[in-house]
Design a protein around this ligand. Structure first.
Ligand SMILES: Nc1ncnc2c1ncn2[C@@H]1O[C@H](COP(=O)(O)OP(=O)(O)OP(=O)(O)O)[C@@H](O)[C@H]1O
Ligand SMILES: [Mg+2]
Length: 261
């Protein structure tokens, strides 16, 4: 008898979790609509190459795209090359975009987010005034993965930009980066995954990209500060201290970051 009761309880928990997931998914789709994303059905296009960190050629089955502006369907995309987890592709209208995995709907614990939740983080960053990526759409596959379509931003990775800069340029780059990071942290957000290749510098202005692991910290003030220091600040500060103008990044960041409460 006990076994049956236990099984029933497990079944109830499963059903509750499934319902929770479905409610969350539905809420996310409403959010996309209210932010100007429109759904394009892609059923029937078959397997399509998707970017993956491993070198193996990976294909998935697109089922829909949520777009803020019109983009031709994936069948027509010309994939140029892969950088890390991102593909750069060109549409027949000669528009270039990046495609990269930002979430999964079937097993949200793997990345923590669905694609829509990653895009919500991007919008939160933009609202906080942080220069980051421009999201254009989401490609959703039958395999349960979500891929962000975003506009390629001009510029070089932080390390390379600092390497070729003179002192005045280094100060400009570091001031810009410190301003962006302080804005992010002042809004209570943590990037969570900050390193030199996730910072694009153009004409002395820094842009923080790849926010798939960004989150709004729910921790107590001191722990929140430690999180921001360890996951974001320390990593970039090390690069700036070695290849930049010693001290500028740290000084500007400390000046601009308000007391985190
Ligand atoms: N919107 C963009 N504009 C310019 N470059 C981009 C953009 N998106 C991605 N890239 C380039 O592609 C690279 C890989 O993309 P991204 O950092 O998003 O994925 P990743 O490979 O998962 O990175 P990580 O190693 O940080 O996990 C970036 O370092 C950058 O050079
Ligand atoms: Mg990256």
């Amino acid at each position: 008898m006990k076994k049956i009761a236990e099984r029933l309880e497990l079944f109830r928990i499963d059903a509750r979790n499934l319902l929770r997931q479905k409610t969350r998914d539905a809420g996310n789709l409403v959010w996309l609509r209210t932010r100007g994303f429109r759904r394009v059905n892609l059923r029937g296009i078959g397997k399509f190459p998707v970017p993956d960190a491993s070198n193996a050629e990976k294909k998935e089955t697109p089922v829909s795209m949520w777009l803020r502006k019109p983009i031709q369907k994936p069948q027509t995309w010309d994939i140029k090359f892969r950088i890390g987890n991102a593909y750069l592709f060109e549409t027949p209208g000669n528009k270039f975009y990046f495609l990269k995995k930002v979430g999964t709907r079937t097993n949200p614990t793997a990345t923590g987010y669905t694609g829509t939740e990653s895009v919500k983080n991007l919008f939160d960053m933009l609202r906080a005034g942080v220069k980051t990526e421009s999201p254009v759409g989401l490609l959703m596959t039958a395999e349960g993965n979500d891929y962000l379509i975003s506009v390629p931003k001009k510029g070089a990775h932080l390390f390379e930009a600092l390497l070729h800069a003179n002192t005045a340029q280094k100060i400009k780059i570091e001031t810009s980066l410190a301003t962006q990071l302080a804005k992010l942290h002042n809004a209570g957000m943590v990037h969570g995954h900050l390193h030199g290749d996730n910072i694009i510098v153009y004409s002395g202005m820094a842009r923080i990209i790849d926010s798939t692991e960004a989150f709004t910290s729910k921790k107590a003030p001191t722990e929140k500060l430690a999180e921001m220091q360890n996951l974001d600040f320390k990593r970039v500060n090390a690069i700036c201290r070695i290849w930049g103008d010693a001290g500028t990044f740290e000084r500007v960041y400390n000046e601009l970051r308000k007391k985190i409460g």
